[in-house]
Design a protein around this ligand. Sequence first.
Ligand SMILES: Cc1cc2nc3c(=O)[nH]c(=O)nc-3n(C[C@H](O)[C@H](O)[C@H](O)COP(=O)(O)O)c2cc1C
Length: 187
Amino acid sequence: MDAKPLFLYALCGSQREVSTNRRLLTILRDHAPDGVTIEICDLIGDLPIFNPDREGENTPEIVERLGAKMRDADGVIVACPEYAHGLPGGLKNALDWLVSRDEVPFKPVMIAHASHRGDFALGQLTEVLKTMSFDIVAEAHLRIGLLGKDDAAQAAVLDAAMRDGVIVNALAKFCGHVRKVSLYKGI
Ligand SMILES: Cc1cc2nc3c(=O)[nH]c(=O)nc-3n(C[C@H](O)[C@H](O)[C@H](O)COP(=O)(O)O)c2cc1C
């Protein structure tokens, strides 16, 4: 029997044109195994600032679109930089919009990180995702040091990580977990 197709939604915490975190997500997207589609969220930079008064029937349309993508997603991948020893505000804002909604609880999430630094942000991200009842898949954690490297050096690091299987293995572990919990849920 063919495995159920998976849809993974990727949140990037950097809005930079040449973001290393987006590059890592792009590599994951482009090397997704057969039957797995990864879409990188392009809504984060356009979300209004979270306001609980604008939840429920007052929810902005763009937030509903984010919620719909999260609902459709079998799993979520998050990659973000560290800013001033913290989470990027735009990503935290996107997560805040999702806190009181029903799409997130028990949704598997993979954390990817494109820097050898940023442990404060990783710690905060983990705490926030845990508090939101995401299912953090620790064995799929992926960390590739692209920070401070020019385009060619980044490409060399990513090529080596592809050759070593680090990227593909992390994604395979995540997809394996997502499939396993989908079976438990009977979907
Ligand atoms: C305003 C600002 C604050 C930053 N603060 C930190 C920091 O506290 N710790 C750190 O390791 N890097 C810090 N950085 C560096 C970014 O985390 C780093 O450049 C990251 O790799 C950028 O990710 P991106 O390429 O996906 O945009 C900061 C960068 C900016 C622009």
